[in-house]
Design a protein around this ligand. Structure first.
Ligand SMILES: [Zn+2]
Ligand SMILES: [Zn+2]
Length: 170
């Protein structure tokens, strides 16, 4: 079995979104992220599992937002680990409940997932080819803070997803 901590086998996907690599920067290394995660899992009285570890690793090193099926395939091809799709869904549900994983509805039957520990970004989703483009716009971020203030609301988090057609599909 592949050592969980060996980073030499980075996932390589075709990535048609040039901005994504620059933006997907984590403030923590995978090792310390996983260590903290495992601590909070045990602290909350849940069980740690190899499945959780590998799903996190796959999501951490992926340049794409992945479906559960893709996660199953990658764990098999890259790490020689057989994970059933039901296990992946169950684990992802748990990770979502811990606010560690985000799901994105791209308009086909399979949700796509990403780790929620990368720097904040919003998404544009093509409703035709289901491509996901990540972006950050300082003005939009600022304006949201202003709107929230106006309503005497306390901002904790926001999700913005713009649906439309990508350049290739117009
Ligand atoms: Zn498209
Ligand atoms: Zn994203």
């Amino acid at each position: 079995m592949e050592d969980l901590y060996s980073n030499n086998k980075h996932l390589s996907f075709s990535c048609n979104n040039k901005g994504i690599n620059l933006m997907r920067k984590y403030e923590v290394s995978f090792e310390s992220f996983l260590e903290n995660f495992k601590k909070s899992v045990s602290k909350l009285g849940y069980k740690n599992s190899i499945q959780k570890d590998y799903i996190l690793k796959i999501l951490y090193f992926s340049d794409e937002h992945l479906s559960a099926e893709q996660i199953v395939n990658i764990s098999k091809s890259l790490y020689k680990i057989d994970m059933g799709i039901a296990t992946v869904y169950r684990t992802i549900k748990f990770l979502e409940s811990m606010s560690i994983v985000n799901s994105l509805d791209v308009g086909d039957s399979a949700k796509r997932y990403e780790l929620d520990i990368s720097i904040h970004h919003d998404h544009m989703i093509c409703t035709n080819c289901h491509k996901i483009i990540e972006f950050v716009d300082d003005l939009i971020e600022e304006q949201q803070i202003n709107v929230v203030k106006k309503h005497k609301f306390m901002l904790k988090d926001h999700i913005m997803t713009i649906y439309g057609l990508c350049e290739d599909c117009q």
